[in-house]
Ligand binder design. Sequence first.
Ligand code: NAP
Ligand code: GDD
Length: 348
Amino acid sequence: MKKALITGITGQDGSFLAEFLLARDYEVHGIVRRASTFNTDRLDSIYADPHEQGSSLHLHYGDVTDGAALRHVIKKVQPDEIYNLAAQSHVRVSFDQAEYTADVVATGTLRLLEALRDYAGSAGRRIRFYQAGSSEMYGATKPPQNETTPFYPRSPYAVSKVAAHWYAVNYREAYKLFICNGILFNHESERRGETFVTRKITRALGRIKLGLQKKLFLGNLDSRRDWGFAGDYVEAMWLMLQAPEPDDYVVSTGESHSVREFLNLAGEYCGLDWTQYVETDPRYFRPTEVDYLMGDSSKARRMLDWKPKVRFEDLVRLMVEHDIELAQQELTLATAGHKVVVRGMAHG
Ligand code: NAP
Ligand code: GDD
């Protein structure tokens, strides 16, 4: 039985990856931050109480800002594969929390690589390491972007991801470690955080449709993103670590759409004219924007035999359908006298 260790297991991708690996008979270990409330909602479908025998999912407290804790967990778990997904992953927030973002995203990766380097030396076998890189690293460079496109990061988040990318390349070359950088373009799902634009839109339109919300405040509607489905993208992470040699890969659909186009489609599936409800709020503009991302993933398609399965239209539909259902549940609660709080509007 192979063992995988995932940082960021409670996030969107972490939860999909954990499910994917459990289905392939891995023993899955995840690092979870201590919080004052439970932060494992996305793992609910695979979580088993630690007192129950036989579960293949194990959670450990830790944080990528705490190098000693990372070393302890790695020593205890003895993983065959490590997936570094932990991040302060919100681009707009990274302008407000630049130092913290760098500490988690850039130095956090370095801490984990140092822990890997020590552990790999003692393990006597090749540990495989995945680094969650981002299309944000391309920033201002023209599409289509592939593995040879120069980086031009446009936010503290993106600069930190570029640093993490090069740390990973350097550790691969200097210490002959098996390290892959996945350069993933935007990927979404019904588990996407509610302050990212796609989920913010589908969540709000679902609520507006059922009369639970009146307005949706957004920023720049003209930026273009290459949006895929998170479930497809975690497969690419795994495939990278099964390849004979470590390498870096772009993962994308090759299609790009504007935020406005996303709104058009989501509005159509909801049966709403979104222009009646959406207002611009400059707080959601970024000091430097990334205008146009569209990935060329031909290398991953050729070398890993990977391709995305869920198309843009199906992605929008699955998110809309999920969030109408969620709004329906909220309406039921509201009708029974419970307070429904719309949190999404003040942040991100
Ligand atoms: P996400 O939903 O924001 O999840 C981030 C995860 O990192 C959460 O589990 C979070 O824990 C954890 N985390 C944050 N700070 C941490 C710290 N100091 N120590 C340990 N864990 C920490 O992000 P995602 O969409 O799943 O993305 C996964 C990774 O891929 C991230 O590195 C992201 O930057 C990168 N990426 C994402 C996309 C995309 O479109 N989704 C594209 C390219 C790259 P809490 O649950 O406690 O907050
Ligand atoms: N979040 C947000 N909120 N974005 C908005 C809004 C809003 O109200 N209005 C317009 N946008 C625009 C942003 O300005 C950006 O151009 C686009 O929508 C997408 O924003 P996000 O959904 O926040 O994602 P992102 O592209 O900045 O970053 C995501 O994808 C990266 C990969 O390219 C994150 O998941 C990153 O962690 C990831 O690396």
